[in-house]
Design a protein around this ligand. Structure first.
Ligand code: BG6
Length: 464
């Protein structure tokens, strides 16, 4: 018998097709999939706006053009032919009856929910009532809950009508090729694995810096903040990929099991090691409360209590309006002993895994300073695109995986609940928020958090 995992989807239904995410990401990803020959089914958009299918096609074209993608007319025509529209209120059961008519005869639908999470259970309930959930997969956009209790409630509501294997929770960082590459670099090279543990590494830093603010999405962001927006999900997933053991079985759960094992070994975060910042000018943004205490910057320390990582601090920072856009993981090795020939202890080696922009890896090592008996820092640097070519974007990868029923790069229920468990003390007892000037590296406390350990790295250093 076909299972949701093994059957290629025969129709893609997108709830919220008129929204911002579809405009910025989804249409382009689907268009690129069409160009690569990866689309083979109709696409039905569902939204409250009363659009005809031809309005939807015009909108799709503009959305793709606005991303800067150049349009090949033959590819676009093929793509546009797939698009049809069902308009209706998501709270009205008749909308789901119309969806049922639109996909009549299809047996393996994907329902992609690009809608506010408060509507997830309403839509899933409507689909179930219209008898559309058997054989279906449901892809859910983040955020998945706003704390541990709400994530558990949402999971319970979904599980009332869906099996876990039918649920695909998106964390688009898991669809980034550079994030997936962490595992391949580690386990595809015998040189790295012996260097990936507490004997060699003194600290790990994970940074997601953005050089823009939250203009245009103030009201969403103000109810969320940096911790919920990118730390609980994206950055903990990067930590999980970096710290996991090799998978012992193939298939979707092989790696997911190992990431969850890492999360289980992380004690709840301690608010004493948590710094919150808000950039000056944030409160003047439309949709932000004038007395908002929401953090636009978060820095924190986590530990992993297992044999491989005990004693190695993992420092995480994320912020808006910082000096640069860069996402990277930095492993700092232990300092070598002082050498008789150099008269000083060389600086520690570092391995930088760059996720964005220009994904790549860099090994920071010491070499002889020309003309002197001392060492100097140099790096062995790899830009993935130079050697490996252009990689698909996260949504191309994730939507195609979902259509194939491959859930490896989606977050499972236990994964989501573990990450909220780790963050929960920071949500319950957040420290005061400190202001910082836009274009700086956040409040001063972020440096104090690292006291006794190497300071934060500026990703702009040495051609990073
Ligand atoms: C999103 C957050 O999930 O991730 C945004 O809501 C953030 O605030 C974005 O800017 C970062 O993702 P990327 O892929 O653009 O680095």
């Amino acid at each position: 018998m076909d299972t949701p995992e093994s059957t290629r989807a025969d129709v893609l239904v997108i709830f919220g097709i008129t929204g911002d995410l579809a405009k910025k990401m989804t249409f382009r990803a689907l268009y690129r999939m069409e160009r690569r020959g990866l689309l083979d089914c109709p696409i039905v958009g569902v939204a409250r706006r009363d659009w005809s299918s031809s309005t939807l096609r015009d909108h799709a074209r503009r959305a793709i053009e606005d991303t800067g993608e150049s349009i090949d007319e033959t590819v676009f025509d093929r793509f546009a032919q797939r698009l049809t529209m069902v308009s209706g209120d998501l709270a009205d059961q008749q909308t789901y009856d119309r969806v049922a008519q639109a996909i009549w005869g299809r047996h393996s639908p994907i329902f992609y929910l690009e809608i506010p999470p408060s509507m997830f259970s309403v839509v899933v309930g409507g689909l179930a009532h219209a008898r559309l959930t058997a054989g279906a997969r449901v892809v859910l956009e983040k955020p998945f809950g706003h704390d541990l209790a709400s994530a558990q409630t949402l999971n319970d509501q979904l599980h009332a009508v869906l099996d876990e294997r039918q649920i695909f929770r998106i964390d688009h960082f898991l669809g980034k090729e550079a994030a997936m590459d962490i595992v391949f670099l580690r386990f595809g090279n015998s040189v790295f694995e012996p260097l990936w543990n507490r004997d060699r590494i003194q600290a790990v830093q994970i940074t997601l810096a953005e050089d823009f603010g939250v203009d245009g999405r103030g009201s969403f962001y103000d109810s969320v903040g940096a911790l919920r927006d990118v730390v609980q999900n994206h950055l903990l997933q990067l930590l999980g990929l970096f710290a996991a053991e090799p998978p012992s079985v193939a298939g979707a759960d092989g790696l997911r099991d190992k990431r969850v094992e890492v999360f289980r070994a992380i004690p709840p975060a301690d608010p004493k090691h948590y710094v919150r910042g808000q950039y000056d000018g944030y409160r003047a943004i439309e949709g932000v409360k004038p007395d908002s205490r929401t953090e636009t910057f978060a820095a924190l320390r986590l530990e992993i209590d297992n044999w491989r990582w005990a004693g190695v601090p993992f420092f995480i920072r994320a912020g808006k309006a910082l000096p640069v856009r860069a996402t990277e993981i930095r492993a700092i090795y232990k300092r070598p002993p002082r050498l008789a020939i150099t008269h000083h202890a060389p600086d520690p080696n570092e391995l930088i895994l760059r996720i964005d922009p220009n994904p790549g890896a860099k090994l920071v090592i010491q070499a002889k300073e020309p003309g002197a008996d001392s060492t100097r820092t140099v790096d062995l640097s790899l830009n993935f695109a130079d050697q490996l070519g252009e990689a698909p974007e996260p949504y191309e990868r994730l939507l195609n995986d979902a259509m194939n029923g491959d859930s490896s790069q989606f977050t499972r229920q236990d994964n989501v609940e573990q990450t909220w468990r780790i963050m929960q003390p920071l949500l319950d007892a957040p420290p005061p928020v400190r202001s910082y000037p836009p274009g700086s590296w956040g409040p001063h406390g972020a440096d104090a958090l690292l006291s006794g350990h190497p300071g934060w790295r500026d990703p702009r250093r040495e051609g990073a």
